[in-house]
Design a protein around this ligand. Structure first.
Ligand code: GUN
Length: 295
C-alpha cells in the first residue's frame, strides 16, 4: 500500500478561507478587528521563521498584528513588563510568547503571567485545566491542528486506537486530552509513549492513528507501524542547509519507508506545520469574540 498524502497546506487553506470571511464579518457588523501580539526573545532562526509565519498569516487574514522582537539579554522583569502591558491593551486579544525562551528566563513564570483570556497558545494552567475537564476555551494550536487534519480528511477518530510518541506540554499531553474528550472527532482510546516506555514498538504497532512528536529524525520506522495506519508526523528537524541558505527539514518519521505501509501520512514540510499557524488564527478570532461578548 502506498499512503495517501494528508496535505496540511490544503486543509489550512480551507480553514483560512472560512476565517477570512468570519474576520470580514466581525469588522463589518461589529467594527471588531482581532489583534495578536507575538513576542520573540533572541535570534533563534527556527523561532524567527515561526514568528514570521504567524505575523504574515495574521496580516493576510485581516488580523491586527504586533510583533515584539526582544534582544537575547532581555531580563525576566522586562519580559514580564511587556506581557503586563499587552494584557492591558484592548487592541490585543491574543498574546503569543514564542518558545523556547533563552535559558536565563523562567518560561513557566512568563506563561503564568499571560491573561488566560488572551492565552491563544492554550498554555496557561487555567486553560490546560479547562481542557482537562472538557471545558476548553483555547485548544493548543498544534494538537488542535492535528485533530482538524484528521476530521477534515475523513479519518475515523471515534473509537480508534491512537498512540502518541512524545509527552511534551505543547503536543503530546494536550493531543491526548483533546482526543480523549467524549465528543465528535475525538472519543478515541489514547496511549502515550515516551523515553521511559519499555517497548515503544509494542504500542506503535497497535495504532490505527500514530502521532509522532519525538523530536528526533527516524524515531519511527516502517517496522513500528501497522499496515494501513494513519501516521501524523509532528517533527521538524533541521538536517542541513541548501546552497541558498534555506533550512532542510525532515520529520520524526522515516517517510520513505512508512509511506509504503501506512494508509495516509503527513509530509514534512506541508503537514502539521501550516495547521499550527492556522489554529493560532482561529484562537485569536475566538479571543476577540470572547472579549467582545460575541462568543
Ligand atoms: N514553540 C514550538 N511550538 C510552539 C507553539 O505552539 N507556541 C509557542 N508559543 N511556541 C512554540
Amino acid at each position: 500500500m502506498t499512503a495517501k498524502i494528508i496535505s496540511g497546506t490544503e486543509v489550512a487553506k480551507e480553514i483560512r478561507e472560512e476565517l477570512r470571511q468570519e474576520i470580514a464579518g466581525l469588522k463589518e457588523k461589529h467594527n471588531l478587528v482581532p489583534g495578536l501580539a507575538t513576542v520573540l526573545v533572541g535570534a533563534d532562526p527556527a523561532s524567527q521563521s515561526y514568528v514570521g509565519g504567524k505575523e504574515k498569516t495574521s496580516i493576510e487574514l485581516g488580523i491586527y498584528s504586533e510583533r515584539h522582537d526582544l534582544p537575547e539579554e532581555t531580563t525576566q522583569d522586562e519580559l514580564l513588563a511587556l506581557v503586563d502591558r499587552l494584557n492591558k491593551d484592548p487592541k490585543i486579544h491574543g498574546i503569543l510568547v514564542q518558545l523556547p525562551l533563552p535559558k536565563h528566563l523562567n518560561e513557566t513564570e512568563v506563561l503564568f503571567a499571560i491573561n488566560p483570556q488572551k492565552d491563544v497558545d492554550g498554555f496557561h494552567p487555567v486553560n490546560v485545566g479547562k481542557l482537562m475537564i472538557g471545558e476548553p476555551d483555547y485548544l493548543p494550536c498544534t494538537p488542535h491542528g492535528i485533530q482538524q487534519l484528521l476530521i477534515r480528511t475523513g479519518v475515523q477518530v471515534e473509537g480508534a486506537e491512537v498512540v502518541v510518541v512524545g509527552r511534551s506540554n505543547i503536543v503530546g499531553k494536550p493531543i491526548v486530552n483533546i482526543l480523549l474528550q467524549k465528543r465528535a472527532g475525538a472519543n478515541a482510546t489514547v496511549t502515550i509513549c515516551h523515553t521511559g516506555t519499555r517497548d515503544i514498538s509494542f504500542h506503535t504497532r497497535r495504532a490505527d492513528i500514530l502521532i509522532v512528536a519525538a523530536g528526533r529524525p527516524k524515531a519511527v520506522t516502517a517496522d513500528m507501524v501497522k499496515e494501513g495506519a494513519v501516521v501524523i508526523d509532528v517533527g521538524v528537524n533541521q538536517v542541513g542547509t541548501t546552497a541558498e541558505g534555506k533550512r532542510i527539514l525532515v520529520g520524526d518519521v522515516d517517510f520513505e519507508g512508512v509511506k509504503e505501509k501506512a494508509s495516509a501520512i503527513t509530509p514534512v514540510p506541508g503537514g502539521v506545520g501550516p495547521m499550527t499557524i492556522t489554529m493560532l488564527m482561529v484562537n485569536t478570532v475566538k479571543a476577540a469574540r470572547l472579549a467582545a461578548g460575541l462568543a
